[in-house]
Design a protein around this ligand. Structure first.
Ligand SMILES: *Cc1c(COP(=O)(O)O)cnc(C)c1O
Length: 400
């Protein structure tokens, strides 16, 4: 795992109230009490106060992306994260464009499926459940097909937790004169994804991931030149990024009813993000969450799907134990009783489950997660969490 240098957070992390469990899930996730509290008033969407909130949200997100020269703009879009991904694809890929999709999990597959719905030509590199797409594979695909105009990749593929090699991919894409679109949903805000970190035309994330807001909208950060060129591309009235951008710049308003309370909560989440120390501190806290949790789980005999090099500070996939007394549903229920909601796995070959590291929690909470896992195993009569041999064979393919 990468060495973490950021100082521990200075902000006390209050426990969830009213007996709420911690959400060890990649969004919705556990939010600060003040984020929830920010939703306790109503806002008129047309009113100047709310327009100022929208402007502040856009400005702050551009600041996080490091847009010092005003080359980029931020366009928020109603709906969950997938709505923003669909809006990005439909708006930035022209109708006669062709996309290379880099897939290594469920979210990459969703991108390919979305392009099929949109009627955009695309070819896919499918690396299966979790193998990372590499620069040389992208180069070969781009050299073989001069019609490809855009490449789309998922930054952190949340289905396995792998952090894809974005720098290598971006360099290859631009060396071949093509354009990159990024789904950084579960990474932006905690993993470096600014415009100086790697080149892209547009990147998308949403309110309820590493900024630690509540669900209700996503946002696209895009080059102004790409936004200009996006005019007239979209298949959809409501998901037209260019139209939303143009209208927001002219009126300060969203085109259709905005999620006012969600925006208010998000501004508080952004304030906390800054106070904590921005991307390095947020990423540092999540990485410590991961390191403490993974070390503790390995101590119980659990094994991670991914080698340390590929583990993201966002979510970690563990193989289910081979022990005959282990059943995920029971493990889930026992963990929930102890105050922790975990996440089922998404691997097709072997059984697995996932534990998220993001949200309003720190390494002390993660130690309690490991204790809860230890006690849950004991209650189930599972004396070792070692995975079946086939799981380890599967994993050795990744190392090869
Ligand atoms: C969460 C997420 C999305 C969006 O999912 P929604 O359920 O639509 O919010 C897209 N891509 C990735 C990588 C994600 O983690």
């Amino acid at each position: 795992m990468s060495p973490i240098t950021a100082a521990p957070t200075a902000i006390p992390l209050e426990a969830p109230r009213l007996g709420e469990p911690y959400l060890l899930t990649p969004g919705p996730l556990t939010t600060a009490y003040s984020v929830k509290e920010a939703m306790l008033r109503d806002w008129g969407s047309w009113d100047g106060d709310f327009r100022a909130m929208t402007a502040e949200l856009r400005r702050h997100l551009l600041e996080i992306a490091g847009d010092v020269d005003g080359e980029f703009d931020c366009v928020p879009m109603q709906g969950s994260g997938s709505f923003s991904v669909e809006a990005m694809l439909g708006s930035f890929v022209p109708k006669d464009g062709k996309v290379l999709v880099l897939m290594n999990g469920a979210y990459g597959k969703r991108i390919s499926q979305t392009l099929t719905y949109l009627g955009r030509a695309h070819v896919d590199i499918d690396k299966g459940d979790y193998m990372p797409p590499r620069g040389h594979e992208v180069a070969a695909a781009l050299e073989a097909d001069p019609e490809i105009t855009h490449v789309v990749v998922v930054h952190c593929e949340t289905s396995s937790g792998i952090l894809n090699p974005l720098k290598e991919i971006s360099e290859t894409v631009y060396a071949h004169g093509r354009k990159l679109l990024v789904d950084s949903m579960s990474a932006f805000g905690a993993v470096p994804a600014g415009i100086a970190d790697f080149r892209y035309e547009a990147i998308v994330s949403s309110a309820n991931k590493c900024i630690e807001g509540v669900p209700g909208f996503g946002f696209v950060l895009a080059r102004k030149s790409a936004l200009e060129e996006a005019r007239g591309n979209s298949h959809s009235l409501s998901l037209d990024i260019h139209a939303q951008w143009d209208h927001m710049n002219k009126t300060g308003q969203w085109r259709f009813t905005p999620p006012t309370h969600v925006v208010a909560a998000f501004l508080e989440a952004l304030r906390i993000h800054r106070e904590e120390g921005g991307v390095p501190a947020r990423g540092g806290r999540y990485a410590r969450n991961r390191d403490v949790m993974v070390a503790g789980m390995r101590g119980l005999g659990f094994e991670t799907l991914l080698a340390d090099q590929w583990l993201s500070p966002v979510i970690v996939t563990f193989f289910s134990p081979a022990h005959p007394a282990f059943a995920f549903d029971r493990f889930y229920a026992l963990m929930k009783e102890k105050g922790f909601i975990i996440y089922p796995g998404k691997l097709t070959v072997v059984d697995s489950f996932r534990i998220g590291c993001i949200g309003r929690m720190d390494e002390h909470v993660m130690r309690r997660v490991v204790e809860a896992a230890r006690n849950s195993l004991t209650e189930m009569g599972v004396d070792t969490a070692a995975p079946p041999a086939i799981a380890l064979e599967e994993r050795s393919r990744l190392a090869a």
